[in-house]
Write a protein that binds this ligand. Structure first.
Ligand code: G1P
Length: 302
């Protein structure tokens, strides 16, 4: 285990998935680029990493993901066209994404699962604790989660995962954690004693689901190298974390931070639509008019 106080500066964002749930929209466009109101989903995730103090971002990509690199890079042609028009507001919005963070990219090659994607980050991350953010989960910036997880790692060492209570019939969609209370912790900090990836509801040890935020000790890389394919024939990050939780000598304990804030799942079509409606309603510029329209639409059509 590395020193618990080591500063965390690196975030890893796996983004190699095919996005099959959104076909045909994702035939030629990465699913991470689908807009949530007027920003691609992935930009919210990078903004969240930066807000938690992580300004070095590594994206683990695959074939057909060039638009991701372009989005976080300068677009001089567009910038100069906006400049010529004197459109300062849009110019600023275009520059925002390229000024956000120091971006790095590595390609996963074979899509062998989330654990394998994280392992692809090992040469870049080195022997430091790091964060992993999954692009399908958006966490509302008003309910900071990652900063709390980073702080937990600094205070207690080990690894930290984000947990959320879900209905028992939903648990088979997630990694599931068995937990126990932590000495001196508030009710939202727990110790993880066991983990199972997407259990059958009858065998789930709890209704605490892993949501897509992790702060990991680099010891996870050694474990991932030896982790056999698990559920779905893929190398599962959950299985590697289970081994960390079972043997604290390897990478320290695994903690869970229970999240009770607003989370939007953009990986599912229904949830994606709900995320857009909720975020649009809350926008200062679009919200008032959109809410009025939504009210009358619901009254008249539903
Ligand atoms: C992944 C993880 C799972 C976690 C989920 C959170 O699953 O394997 O443990 O609960 O993300 O979104 P996926 O949704 O990629 O199948």
């Amino acid at each position: 285990m590395t020193e618990s106080g080591a500063v965390i500066s690196k975030a890893v964002i796996p983004a190699a998935g095919l996005g099959t749930r959104f076909l045909p929209a994702t035939k030629a466009t990465p699913k991470e680029m689908l807009p949530v109101v007027d920003k691609p989903a992935i930009q919210y995730v990078v903004e969240e990493a930066v807000a938690a103090g992580l300004s070095d971002v590594l994206m683990v990509t695959g074939r057909n993901k060039r638009p991701l690199e372009d989005h976080f890079d300068r677009n001089y042609e567009l910038e100069s066209a906006l400049e010529t028009k004197g459109d300062e507001a849009r110019l600023q919005r275009v520059q925002e994404s390229s000024d956000l963070a120091t971006m790095h990219y590595v390609r996963q090659g074979d899509p062998r699962g989330l654990g394998h994607a994280v392992l692809c980050a090992a040469p870049h991350v080195g022997d430091q604790p790091f964060a992993v953010l999954l692009g399908d989960d958006l966490i509302d910036p008003r309910d900071p989660l990652l900063a709390r997880m980073v702080q937990t790692r600094a205070e207690r060492g080990g690894s930290v995962i984000a947990l959320m209570e879900v209905a028992p019939e939903q648990i088979h969609l997630y990694g599931c954690a068995a937990v126990k209370p932590v000495e001196g912790g508030d009710g939202d900090l727990v110790r993880v004693t066991d983990l199972v990836e997407k259990p059958d509801p009858a065998e789930a040890p709890s209704n605490y689901a892993i949501i897509g935020r992790y702060v990991l000790d680099p010891a996870v890389f050694g474990i991932l190298r030896e982790t056999e394919p698990g559920r779905g024939g893929e190398i599962q990050l959950t299985d590697a974390l289970q081994k960390l939780a079972a043997d604290e000598k390897v990478g320290g304990p695994v903690f869970g931070v229970i999240f009770r804030g607003r989370r939007y799942d953009t990986g599912d079509r229904g949830d994606y639509l709900r995320a857009i409606v909720r975020l649009a309603c809350e926008r200062e510029d679009l919200g008032p008019e959109f809410r009025d329209w939504l009210r009358s639409y619901v009254d008249e059509e539903m």
